[in-house]
Structure formats: structure tokens, C-alpha cells
Design a protein around this ligand. Structure first.
Ligand SMILES: NC(=O)c1ccc[n+]([C@@H]2O[C@H](COP(=O)([O-])OP(=O)(O)OC[C@H]3O[C@@H](n4cnc5c(N)ncnc54)[C@H](OP(=O)(O)O)[C@@H]3O)[C@@H](O)[C@H]2O)c1
Length: 327
């Protein structure tokens, strides 16, 4: 089998495409023949040594995969069944999805929802799942379409763009925060009604309330500005740190406006995964999903990872493991 495998290289890792034996994969109850795997920024960091991501070397990269059960020691899964796996340490401490085969414990595996094709599920991947989890949390905490819009930061990123589309689909007016001056057409197409640069937002403990809440993929100063502009009883979900991990804010949005700040971690329990993937296949499924991703063969992974770290990619990139794609 072929895999994009990461070896230790000093304090970080270095990935390459190699041939290996299925027998050398990490242990598990089910063997999955991969159909598609989305590439994430985290995979690119791990593969190109941009950060210390891998917890056990050598390790096949890829924090997600969609495929068919090839062999199973667990009676919940029969050969041929289409399944999804993401998180749970794959691509970090357990051989991951950027490989022709993946072997994992059965408890990590979700059946593919009926209304999604394998390619659609891969297109959504961890980015779509995380965005859906955040939208679900906002709704659970009482946010509904109304007087003021919602805001999404890091809007042209994988998580941000899906969050824009899903919130728009749920009837919210969406303000997209993006640092990219030429992103307006892309973001409007996905449902944003207004596009603002984070640099144009006021840097004050409290500013005029412009939104009833939102999803923040940026973190750092961007999250502080979002909190300052959130209306009474608003809800903000913190999901990412593209702009930084520090949060310099005051208590004023919380004690004067009753704002709630809630955290999102996509490595959720299996009951939550089942519920969120069900929503991803129905009321949160973005329109025109076919246009969200480009497809490549495994051989193109290193080049795409380099472009990803250079900020040159938009939308999702999916590795197709079919025989035709690998030729
Ligand atoms: N909590 C979880 O479980 C979870 C799950 C998935 C992802 N994440 C995190 O969520 C974040 C977004 O992930 P992603 O896959 O969407 O990443 P991505 O595709 O790389 O997008 C990140 C976006 O953030 C914005 N950005 C980048 N650098 C910035 C900066 N210095 N200041 C302000 N904005 C900046 C850019 O959007 P604009 O140019 O449009 O502003 C960029 O497109 C990452 O931090 C990721 O680690 C967390």
C-alpha cells in the first residue's frame, strides 16, 4: 500500500510518499480501504515540519478519511460498508488517512450518513464537521435569526467558509470577517451579506453592538473585537487560533451585555458525531458542495501542502485513492 508517512526529523517531522505493508499499520478492529481524504492545515504543518504535531513516529499523516470496510472484527461493521473516521489521534499518534488503508478501533468509526456521498463527506471533512458543531452550539445556546446578523472570522478558511454557508442556510444574515481584499465574491457566493476586514473593527473594550454572536476561527485580537461588538445576551463560539492564542479582553461584554463565550473542540464523543453528521447530511449541508473542493492524487500531496502553508490554497483539497487517480 502507498502512504504519505512522516518520519522524525529533529524536533519536528518530515513526510514522504512510501510503499509499506498493511501489516505494519497501527492495530485496530477494522481495516478501511480509503476512498478520499481531505488535507488539513494541520497535516501540512506535520508533513513539512512546520510544527511539532506528530506524537509517535513514524506515522501516516491525515486527520480524516472516508472509505469502505475491507475487513472487520467488530459485528457493527461489514465489509463494503462506507464509513468516516476523523480525530481520535489519527494522523497524530495513530496511522492516519493519507494512505490507501487505515486500521482503527471500531469505536472510532462512523457509518456514512445515507444522504451523503463519500466524496461529499470528504469535502466536508474535519472543517465542515467543526463548523457544524459550532453552528449547532450557537443554536443550542439560543441564537436565532433576528434583528442583528452573526459574524464569522477567518471566513475564507475551511472552517470559516463552511460556517458562513451553514449559518446562511439556517436563515442568519452573516457578516464575514476576512483579511483578504479580493475575497468578497467568494464569500458572497457562500452567503455572506457583508464583508469586513478585522483591521477596520474598533479596538475597544465595548463597541457598538453589530452582531448577536458568531463563530471565531481567528482568535487573538480578532476574538477580542468580536466580543466587544456583540449585542446583549449574544453567543460567540471560539474555534480557532489562526490570528493568535492570546485573548486580551475585559469582563465588560460579559457583565454589561451578558455575552456568552463558548469553546468548540471537534474531537467530540461518538453520540455527538452521529448527531452532527446527520445534520451535515440534511439541514446544515451547504448548497453546491461539488464546488467546494478540488481533487488530487496522492503524488500531489507534498506540493499542495507547500501551497497550503504559503496561504495559496482556497477551499478544500481531497486526495482520491481510486486506481484511476493514482495512475
Ligand atoms: N477547535 C477545533 O476542534 C478545531 C477544528 C478545526 C480547526 N480548528 C482551528 O480553526 C482555525 C481555522 O481552521 P481552518 O482549517 O479553517 O484553517 P485555514 O483554512 O488555514 O483558514 C484560516 C483562516 O484564518 C484567517 N487568518 C489566517 N491568519 C490570520 C491572521 N494572522 N489574522 C487573522 N486571520 C487570519 C484567514 O482567513 P481570512 O483571510 O479570510 O481572514 C485564513 O483563511 C485554525 O486555527 C484551526 O487550527 C479548530
Amino acid at each position: 500500500m502507498r502512504a504519505y508517512r512522516i518520519e522524525q526529523n529533529g524536533k519536528v517531522g518530515r513526510g514522504d510518499i512510501i510503499d509499506m505493508s498493511v501489516d505494519d499499520l497501527d492495530a485496530g478492529d477494522v481495516l478501511i480501504r480509503t476512498q478520499f481524504s481531505g488535507i488539513n492545515y494541520k497535516d501540512a504543518l506535520a508533513g513539512l515540519g512546520g510544527a511539532s504535531i506528530i506524537r509517535r513516529y513514524p506515522c501516516n499523516a491525515g486527520i480524516e478519511c472516508v472509505g469502505n470496510i475491507e475487513a472487520s472484527n467488530d459485528n457493527r461493521f461489514s465489509p463494503g460498508a462506507e464509513v468516516i473516521v476523523h480525530g481520535r489521534g489519527i494522523g497524530v499518534s495513530h496511522d492516519g488517512g493519507l494512505a490507501e488503508y487505515v486500521r482503527v478501533p471500531a469505536d472510532w468509526v462512523l457509518p456514512l450518513p445515507e444522504q451523503l456521498s463519500a466524496w461529499e463527506a470528504a469535502t466536508l471533512g474535519v472543517a465542515g464537521y467543526s463548523a457544524a458543531l459550532a453552528v449547532d452550539r450557537l443554536e443550542t445556546l439560543g441564537l436565532a435569526p433576528g434583528r442583528l446578523p452573526v459574524v464569522v472570522s477567518g471566513a475564507t478558511g475551511g472552517v470559516g467558509a463552511f460556517a458562513v454557508a451553514m449559518l446562511a442556510r439556517r436563515g442568519f444574515a452573516v457578516i464575514a470577517l476576512s483579511s483578504k481584499p479580493d475575497a468578497a465574491e467568494y464569500l458572497s457566493r457562500h452567503g455572506a451579506v457583508e464583508i469586513i476586514s478585522p483591521a477596520d473593527l474598533e479596538n475597544k473594550p465595548l463597541s457598538k453592538a453589530r452582531w448577536c454572536g458568531g463563530i471565531d476561527a481567528a482568535g487573538g485580537p480578532v476574538l477580542a473585537k468580536i466580543l466587544a461588538g456583540t449585542d446583549r445576551n449574544g453567543v460567540v463560539a471560539s474555534i480557532g487560533n489562526a490570528a493568535g492564542v492570546e485573548l486580551a479582553t475585559t469582563v465588560l461584554p460579559f457583565i454589561l451585555r451578558g455575552v456568552t463565550l463558548t469553546g468548540i473542540n471537534a474531537d467530540s464523543d461518538m453520540a455527538t458525531r452521529t448527531r452532527i453528521w446527520d445534520r451535515l447530511s440534511t439541514d446544515l449541508k451547504p448548497e453546491g458542495l461539488a464546488e467546494w473542493a478540488s481533487t488530487i492524487g496522492l503524488g500531489e500531496v507534498p506540493a499542495v501542502m507547500r501551497r497550503m502553508l504559503a496561504g495559496e490554497t482556497t477551499g478544500r483539497t481531497i486526495v482520491d485513492f481510486s486506481e484511476a487517480a493514482s495512475k
